[in-house]
Design a protein around this ligand. Structure first.
Ligand SMILES: C[S@@+](CC[C@H](N)C(=O)[O-])C[C@H]1O[C@@H](n2cnc3c(N)ncnc32)[C@H](O)[C@@H]1O
Length: 289
């Protein structure tokens, strides 16, 4: 199971518990977290999903500089940063001491040379002491955790500042994509921002507008480039599509293709073409002690 990059030496990670912790830690609430009673529905862990779908991740998923600037600002003066659900290393600041946590071997394998050291662990049971980091960040990952509340409590436990970038499927605005083509996607995406703020014990919430030419190909990145969703590679790196049955994806592609060809998409959404950015429901949560 463990790939070569698992041998990463964690040099200089603050207060790491020791080498024996560099193993996969299966999900489940941590007994070390504060006694917060927040519970969110738990589900299957998506590590295996990313081992399956994550292999071409870097081809369409690159940190967008405008989102990155917002995340880095939120990290404030933190010198040591834990990046949980770090994937290929997108959004990791290069001017601070970063340690990454990523359970999927396929994702760890795509971390570029020179990226921050990475360990194989899960958000729900972080192998670090209380307050070990100035800040912990989690970007577009919390909805994949088997127990988001437990993972968020862990972030709170190990860092004095927590920065989470997530998608508010239920509380955020509807877009043409979820309203007209993927209504099911918003039902399953958890936690909502409200739930996540509760699990963090309070947080400041910032809107993260999505630029029309966003370089990170997540679910709503192509809100002004609808033809992009017809591209199999684009869909392969968006977990919502990867989790859909083949016939559902085929129906989505057929419907969107027909609307683009026949002009229905343009009639309904053409006004968006004048917008440089759009609130698609992405939010930055910043919690501090
Ligand atoms: C959409 S990717 C985001 C990766 C990276 N943060 C980025 O912005 O590109 C979601 C990541 O969450 C990871 N993940 C899934 N379950 C996890 C868990 N329980 N704890 C930590 N990470 C997890 C996946 O392996 C995957 O790499």
């Amino acid at each position: 199971m463990r790939g070569p990059q698992d041998e990463t030496t964690v040099s200089g990670g603050p207060n790491l518990r020791g080498p024996q912790d560099e193993t996969t830690v299966s999900g489940g609430p941590s007994s070390r977290g504060p006694q917060d009673e927040t519970t969110l529905s738990t589900g299957p862990d998506d590590t295996a999903l990313y081992d399956r779908i994550g292999r071409s991740y870097s081809s369409t998923r690159r940190a967008d500089p405008r989102l990155e600037a917002q995340v880095w600002r939120a990290l404030g003066d933190a010198r040591t940063v834990l990046n949980v659900g770090a994937g290929t290393g997108a959004y990791e600041p290069c001017d601070r001491e970063v340690l990454a946590v990523e359970p999927s071997a396929a994702m760890r394998a795509q971390r570029p040379p020179g990226a921050a050291p990475v360990i194989d662990a899960q958000a729900e049971a972080l192998p670090f002491d209380d307050g070990a980091f100035d800040a912990a960040m989690a970007v577009l990952t919390v909805h994949h955790w088997s127990d988001p509340a437990a993972g968020l409590r862990e972030l709170r436990r190990v860092a004095r500042r927590v920065v989470v970038l997530g998608y508010d499927a239920l509380g955020g605005p509807r877009t043409w994509l979820t309203r007209d083509y993927l209504p099911g996607a918003i039902v399953t995406a958890r936690p909502t921002v409200r739930e996540a703020v509760g699990a963090l014990g309070g947080a400041r919430v910032e809107v993260v507008p999505i630029p029309h030419d966003c370089t990170d190909g997540f679910l709503h990145a192509y809100w002004r480039r609808p033809g992009a969703y017809l591209d199999e590679l684009v869909r392969a790196n968006i977990s919502v599509f990867a989790l859909m049955a083949d016939d559902e994806v085929a129906a989505f592609v057929a419907a969107l293709e027909a609307d683009l060809r026949g002009g229905a998409w343009e009639r309904r959404n053409g006004a968006l073409r004048a917008r440089p950015e759009l609130d698609c429901g992405y939010r930055l949560l910043v919690a501090e002690r």
